[in-house]
Design a protein around this ligand. Structure first.
Ligand code: BG6
Length: 511
């Protein structure tokens, strides 16, 4: 395509634009926490190595622990070395030269005044141009205190530079609390200052769903109820709940994986083409999908949703405990660690096409994928000679082994009409020299650039909660049908998840 045509096309402009952020200060609340150490600082370091951090960049960590700037840096360096053992002292020095730490309670107004003064001083010293990002990586019960104190200290104002707030998940615990949090945050920040994180949207392969659908013309004509039999979206994890029982006990798999990650992936698969590659155009389309989810009804819920919890079992040859035996878990807990749900989208495009979503912990392997399963040919010509034909499937592997596979039937060479399913395969690993970036790297960069396309808007998060509420409240208020735990660690989940599909002769894909 000629350069002029490339530039005229807004989707392409969005894809290839220059990405160098202006000077800024990033303030992280919850700076001594796991996310800061494991994800945020390594992502910032990767940006630094690629020369994509602003020329003038300050990091200010805030948490309740008493620490000096030097202690803070020392802890960050130690944890960064775990993921980057080759880290050199000189690179670390230049990366961390503008790192600072403020100790303070989240409801201690003086700490916000001290922060405000520190940020002003840093602006004067190294020209961060009064651009500020406040990143909430704390437990959600302190979000509101931080937001209102930031407002009271005037840190939400955008007189000289920008002020943005990044809110980690979970955004609310249910529809009512998500609405309340939206009200609170919007009292202090305008919607265009708010960046609600869903790290799945930062994954390279999730973004590729948009490119695959809207930078190619061959998929669109078959992307509908006439051609697609059903869609499966699976996020399988081999890990258990680990050290996060405190959070997970009150969350469970629906809040942890469905309300955000799986629903967002479903939106990208199902939405109509947006008019431009621009945050609100894309979010408008995703919102329509979330609003089109056919409401779950209590009477028929068991035909649409199955829950599970892992018991003890074996993974990679090792004995692992059941969920109820994990540290910090109630020995009678009914928190689901697995769910499978059948979603219908009441739109013209998708009427009658089931979207089958499943996710669980302690399944045999870590794999996230989307598979679009097409209808069988209308008239099976080869009935008498061919034992079994499989419908075409387009598989998008989100992780690991990122790539796309199209499965189709082919004639086996020979004198009979025998068919075999074969693959057309694209793999990121062998096609591109550079590896895929970490989700947080992309999201932090986008926030610095003021690009909210890969963040969730307030109305989207509410629509996602609204759709899930009937399932959540039913599961929380009733004992599980059959006994919990109902699947062994290392198995593919409860048998009831298979029954969810069997009536329609469909099957979960073997990953
Ligand atoms: C997080 C959940 O949001 O996503 C975790 O809280 C889950 O429970 C994780 O393990 C999965 O993310 P990823 O990137 O490993 O697929």
């Amino acid at each position: 395509m000629a350069t002029a045509a490339l530039l005229e096309n807004p989707l392409r402009q969005g894809l290839f634009s220059d990405r160098v952020p202006e000077p800024c200060s990033l303030v992280i609340y919850g700076a001594s926490g796991d996310l800061t150490h494991r994800k945020l600082v390594p992502a910032l370091y990767d940006l630094f190595e690629k020369h994509m951090l602003p020329t003038s960049f300050n990091l200010v960590g805030i948490s309740r622990s008493k620490m000096t700037d030097e202690d803070f840096k020392k802890h960050l360096k130690e944890s960064l070395k775990e993921s980057k053992p080759q880290l050199s002292d000189s690179l670390w020095e230049s990366f961390s030269q503008n790192f600072h730490y403020v100790a303070g309670g989240y409801d201690d107004f003086k700490a916000y005044q001290a922060l405000s003064k520190l940020l002003d001083d840093l602006d004067a010293e190294n020209g961060a141009a009064a651009n500020r990002i406040f990143y909430l990586s704390t437990p959600p019960n302190v979000f509101e205190a931080i937001i209102s104190n930031l407002g009271a200290a005037g840190l939400n104002r955008e007189e000289k530079g920008y002020a943005r707030i990044v809110i980690e998940k979970p955004f609310g615990h249910d529809l009512a609390s998500a609405k309340e949090l939206n009200v609170k945050v919007k009292e202090v920040f305008k919607e265009n200052q708010i960046y609600r994180i869903d790290h799945y949207l930062g994954k390279e392969t999730v973004q590729n769903l948009l490119v695959m659908r809207f930078a190619n013309s061959i998929f669109e004509p078959i992307w509908d109820r006439r051609h697609v039999d059903h869609v499966q979206i699976t996020a399988s994890e081999d890990l258990g709940v680990g050290s996060r029982a405190g959070y997970y006990e009150s969350s469970g798999v629906l809040r942890d994986m469905f309300q955000n990650h799986l629903f967002q992936v479903m939106c990208l698969i199902a939405m109509e083409p947006p008019v431009t590659y621009e945050a609100n155009a894309i979010r408008d389309e995703k919102l329509k999908i979330l609003k089109s989810i056919r409401p779950f009804e209590e009477r028929t819920l068991s035909q649409f949703a199955v829950r599970g919890q892992y018991g003890p079992g074996y993974l990679a040859g090792e004995r692992v405990p059941g969920y109820r035996q994990e540290e910090g878990v109630n020995p009678k807990s009914i928190t689901p660690t697995y769910a499978a749900i059948k979603v219908y989208l009441d739109t013209w495009r998708w009427h009658g096409v089931p979207f089958l979503l499943r996710s669980g912990k302690r399944l045999p392997k870590r794999a996230t994928e989307v598979s679009i399963q097409f209808k069988e040919p209308p008239n099976l010509l080869f009935k008498s000679n061919v034992s079994e034909l499989s419908p075409n499937v387009l598989v998008v592997r989100i992780q690991p082994d990122e790539g796309i596979t199209l499965k189709f039937e082919t004639k086996v060479p020979g004198m009979t009409m025998e068919a075999k399913t074969v693959n057309m395969d694209f793999r990121y690993g062998t096609t591109f020299a550079e590896g895929t970036s970490e989700a947080y790297e992309r999201l932090l960069l986008d926030c610095m650039l003021g690009d909210a396309t890969l963040f969730i808007r307030g109305d989207e998060t509410e629509a996602a909660w609204e759709a899930l509420m009937p399932v959540l409240s039913r599961w929380e208020n009733t004992e599980p049908e059959g006994d919990f735990p109902n699947y062994e660690a290392g198995s593919w989940g409860p048998a009831a998840a298979d029954h969810l599909l069997e009536k329609s002769w469909r099957k979960w894909r073997r990953l």
